[in-house]
Design a protein. Structure first.
Lengths: 294, 386
């Protein structure tokens, strides 16, 4: 099945062939896929990700100019699982589009859909299927394979380079997997809070007990949200809360006053990340271990 | 020699009606068989090239010709549509590119064709103005449509009402022209292309919850004379959705470009079983068969033309012979005036030459005219009604 999603790209081989000296123009819908594409394709690819810095790719909606730019790409790498909520309303060439999740054999996690609001915003719930499968590093390796296969189809003359770069990336992901398992064993029996969804697959793969507190990354929690947090703290031993980005200072101070330490744990989806995915994950886990040792 | 032509021309000018009749008769004898060849050649070019560039068409089991004409030339509608699942099946097989085509709707009497962006790569179509459709509600029009309806990028056009008596049916959809395709002398020039999702909205399968039909309804109470249609705007685009599973959405036909000969054979084999509701058609073979029938008819026509033409030649020869007999006195007068016998023969031959040349010239004019007229002939539509 893995090759299925990629086979469709063969129509482009001739089209691309004439410009093989030019780097392959790749559009990636989030930072992790973009990073995989850059690492695997190296100098043979030019990866773009139109999501603005500081914007959550899962919330991003492309404008006409973004869609047109995507249509002109040689390869469009999507996550899948409705991570790109806009995909049903826009026109993309299927032969040039690859859903990297498509052939990942993994049990999907359905979100609980706890209703909440961000500040004065409307109440809503994160429902449907969790899409951040790359946080299970085994699944991330499969996504990397899908990226590599798509590239190999379009750049057959660079097949060896691509295979070599993929092997290197998978080796790093395996090392991450080992580190995460070690972390999971160290955290056995402990509960962690998580400010935003996105770590479901990480928690399941490595045995972490996570409770979602549904904080807005930018807006201070409401009194109702604090009451909910206090209730969780009271009934669990949760003393660490994971944020995908640094929380507002007031929120961090208020959490510390409750004995809860904040630790950054970025999923790597946002384009603000200016580092390799594997480095970022290593940093995440090191930060968490540091926070736990305090 | 020039004198002979001068005298011959003066004679022919004097006998205008007789000359014109002979010229017309000769031109028809020359033009008729050539015109038959021209029509058949144009039909072959028009139908054959399109079919040859389309490796396979998959559709509901039934008339192969109807399926091919609908999918390739946008003529008519298929009796039984297939579903998007048929498209997905080809993609999942990894044997080729699958491009859905939905026909049956029209805007200003031009066919609205639902497809995906892969169609434009497949047919090497590029917009000469604007861009390809980027989201639902946008349309890319062929060059003939743009010229015929005087459309530019940014203009809008509304789909034709498919059934006036379908009270529960969807409103016509107002579409925005996002691009105009470069002319290619193919059926694409006369089509309006939209995304499959747009065509499903036209079909009433997908809909929005804001602003639907507002464009005209906002004015007040519904007026039967008032045009009512739905529009997709930046404000309501996010509200459009489909209630059906995507795999069950209708598709008229699936154009398939197998990756190689082996994939093509495997794909065709999969649709051979009689109990499979789908079948695969090789358009080139199908159209070749249609054209070979046309050429057989053409050969019969040629035979008829040869017989009729021969009879006409004999009749003309007889008329010329009789005319020469009638002109015996005239020739004698020439001779008595001092004209050499050779000069008299030259003058008569010059008359024949001028008549033949004029006939050939008129035949060439006819053929140029026919050739020009054939450019707009919808051979696929003729094949369908035939």
């Amino acid at each position: 099945m893995l090759k299925t999603g990629v086979m469709c790209l063969s129509i482009l081989v001739g089209w691309i062939g004439q410009a093989s000296a030019e780097p392959l123009r790749i559009h990636a819908s989030h930072g992790v896929i973009a990073d995989f594409a850059r690492q695997i394709g190296a100098e043979h690819v030019a990866v773009t990700m139109p999501v603005l810095v500081g914007t959550d790719p899962a919330q991003w909606v492309p404008g006409i100019a973004d869609i047109t730019a995507m249509q002109e790409a040689d390869l469009i790498l999507l996550n899948g699982l409705d991570y790109e909520t806009w995909v049903d309303r826009v026109s993309l060439p299927r032969a040039r589009t690859v859903e990297t999740i498509r052939d990942v054999d993994i049990d999907l996690i359905r979100l609980s859909g706890v209703a909440h609001s961000h500040g004065d915003g409307p109440a809503h719930a994160h429902e449907g299927v969790a899409a951040q499968v790359w946080m299970d590093f085994g699944a991330a390796a499969k996504q990397a394979e899908a990226v590599a296969m798509a590239m190999t189809r379009l750049l057959p003359e660079e097949a060896d380079t691509i295979a070599g770069n993929l092997a290197e990336l998978k080796s790093e992901l395996e090392a991450l997997d080992d580190q995460a398992r070690f972390l999971g064993e160290a955290l056995e029996g402990r509960t962690l809070l998580v400010a935003q969804p996105g770590l479901e697959y990480f928690a399941r793969a490595y045995g972490l007990d996570l409770i979602e507190a549904t904080f807005d990354p930018l807006i201070p929690p409401t009194p109702e949200q604090w009451a909910a947090i206090d209730a969780i703290i009271a009934r669990t031993d949760a003393r660490v809360i994971l944020w995908q980005s640094a929380p507002p200072e007031a929120t961090r101070s208020a959490l510390e006053a409750r004995g809860v330490i904040t630790a950054a744990f970025d999923t790597g989806a946002s384009p603000a990340v200016d580092t390799f995915f594997t480095d970022l994950m290593r940093q995440n886990m090191n930060d968490l271990q540091t926070a736990l040792s305090q | 020699m020039l004198n002979a032509f001068f005298l011959a021309f003066a004679y022919l000018r004097y006998h205008r009606i007789t000359t014109a009749s002979l010229v017309l008769a000769i031109s028809l004898i020359i033009a008729a068989p050539a015109a038959t060849r021209l029509v058949l050649s144009e039909a072959e070019k028009s139908l054959g090239a399109r079919a040859a560039s389309t490796p396979l068409v998959i559709g509901a089991r039934g008339s192969s010709l109807d399926l091919a004409l609908s999918a390739l030339y946008f003529q008519g509608t298929v009796a039984t549509p297939v579903t998007q699942a048929a498209v997905d099946e080809v993609w999942d097989s990894g044997l080729g590119i699958a491009i859905p085509v939905h026909t049956g709707f029209a805007a200003s009497s031009r066919p609205v064709v639902g497809t995906t962006l892969d169609y434009f790569d497949f047919r090497s179509l590029r917009p000469v103005q604007g861009r390809l459709f980027a989201q639902i509600g946008e349309a890319v029009v062929g060059s003939e449509v743009a010229a015929g309806l005087n459309l530019s990028v940014g203009d809008s056009l509304v789909t034709d009402t498919s059934n006036l008596f379908d009270l529960a049916g969807a409103y016509p959809l107002e579409m925005t022209v996002s691009g105009i395709l470069e002319p290619g002398d193919t059926p694409d020039d006369g089509a309006i292309f939209v995304d499959m999702k747009t065509v499903w909205i036209i079909a009433g399968i997908g809909h929005g919850h804001e602003d639907s039909g507002k464009s005209a309804l906002a004015a007040g109470i519904a007026d039967p004379a008032q045009r009512i249609y739905q529009s997709i705007t930046p404000e309501n685009v996010d509200s459009f959705h489909f209630h059906q599973n995507s795999a069950s959405l209708p598709v008229s036909a699936v154009l398939v470009s197998p990756y190689d000969a082996r994939s093509s054979t495997i794909l065709q084999g999969r649709y051979l079983e009689a109990d499979n509701p789908l079948h695969a058609v090789d358009p080139a073979t199908l159209i070749d068969r249609l054209l070979s029938t046309l050429f057989r008819i053409g050969r019969l026509l040629d035979l008829a033309i040869i017989v009729v033409g021969s009879a006409a030649v004999v009749a003309i020869a007889l008329a010329v012979g009789l005319a020469t007999q009638l002109r015996r006195q005239e020739m004698l007068t020439f001779f008595r005036l001092g004209a050499h016998r050779g000069a008299i023969v030259q003058t008569v031959m010059a008359q024949f030459a001028l008549i033949f040349l004029a006939g050939a010239g008129l035949a060439a004019t006819f053929l140029v005219l026919i050739s020009w007229l054939l450019k707009g002939v919808p051979f696929a539509a003729i094949a369908m009604t035939g």
